[in-house]
Design a protein around this ligand. Structure first.
Ligand code: ZN
Length: 203
């Protein structure tokens, strides 16, 4: 099982980090050891100081595919979940400055928070799903999938040119604006359409 992630897929978020808008999707991956499930706490690692939350819709691949056409992409995923792409932002700035890969700041243990999944049939339109992240009861990130620069189907078509998609693979589809640092003692709660998907502590 692999985890593919899309960076800068929401314009407002790309702007808040002063990144240029990508012409093509920005793709990176995390190993399965990055997964943090069952509302387990996120333990702040000691190799960096600033860990940012990035709440993201996650799609689960249900069919083997390579070079998938956008018009057929909807057949390749059947479930939607919610995740947090934890990012060691200070380390990312350092790595980016040196032109080095992102694994250490993006793919470490616990960096891929994942909720349970719900059938995509529950949603009338995949590109119109509301989701949000609360930190200590306060709304920090509010997003809607209609604001994605690349739609889920476009993402699947794009990444499958490079990576064979397998059953159970996960795609984190990018974060809306409002990312910020977490602190020990914070409580993070994620919602899709006002239904709770995760609720965990930072320790
Ligand atoms: Zn992200």
């Amino acid at each position: 099982m692999k985890i593919l992630c899309i960076g800068r897929n929401y314009e407002e978020h790309a702007r808040e980090l002063k990144n240029p808008l990508p012409v093509e999707p920005v793709v990176f991956s995390k190993p399965d050891s990055a997964l943090l499930r069952n509302n387990d706490p996120f333990y702040m690692p000691d190799f960096a100081k600033v860990f940012h939350h990035e709440v993201e819709l996650v799609v689960k691949i249900c069919r083997l595919g390579k070079n998938i056409e956008e018009k057929f992409a909807h057949r390749y995923y059947d479930e939607i979940g919610l995740g947090v792409d934890f990012t060691a932002r200070d380390l990312q700035d350092e790595l980016r400055g040196k032109g080095l890969p992102w694994e250490k700041c993006k793919a470490f243990d616990g960096s891929a928070v994942l909720s349970n999944f719900t059938p995509k049939m529950r949603f009338a339109d995949i590109q119109n799903i509301n989701f949000k992240l609360l930190v200590n009861g306060e709304e920090r990130q509010v997003g809607n999938s209609k604001d994605m620069i690349n739609s889920v189907d476009q993402i699947i078509a794009y990444v499958s040119k490079y990576f064979t998609l397998k059953i159970g693979d996960l795609i984190y589809t990018g974060t809306p604006a409002g990312v910020g640092a977490v602190n020990i003692g914070d409580r993070l709660q994620g919602y899709i359409e006002n239904v709770s998907f995760f609720d965990f502590m930072v320790k």
